[in-house]
Each structure stands twice: as C-alpha cells, then as structure tokens.
Design a protein around this ligand. Structure first.
Ligand SMILES: [Zn+2]
Length: 45
C-alpha cells in the first residue's frame, strides 16, 4: 500500500519551504518566518 493520504503527506512534509521562491528553509527558532532570508529582506524594505 503506497497510497499517500493527506495526513501522511503532512507528516512527511519537509521542514519548511519558502512560498515566494520555493527555497527550502532550514529549521530555525523563528518559526513565524515563512519566507527565506532573501525574500524576507526584500519584504522588510
Ligand atoms: Zn524565498
């Protein structure tokens, strides 16, 4: 059985991925940060 249910999908999700550029974001304490450093720096201008 290789059916990936939505629940299993979320369990196996990568740590985090930037919705702006798709770059995988390494886990960090600031979990509220949704974008990578590059996109964040652009937004905070
Ligand atoms: Zn980004």
């Amino acid at each position: 059985m290789n059916i990936t249910s939505p629940v299993e999908f979320f369990k196996t999700l990568p740590p985090k991925q930037c919705p702006e550029c798709g770059q995988v974001i390494e886990e960090q304490a600031e979990s509220y940060l949704m974008e990578c450093d590059h996109c964040l720096s652009k937004k905070t201008e």
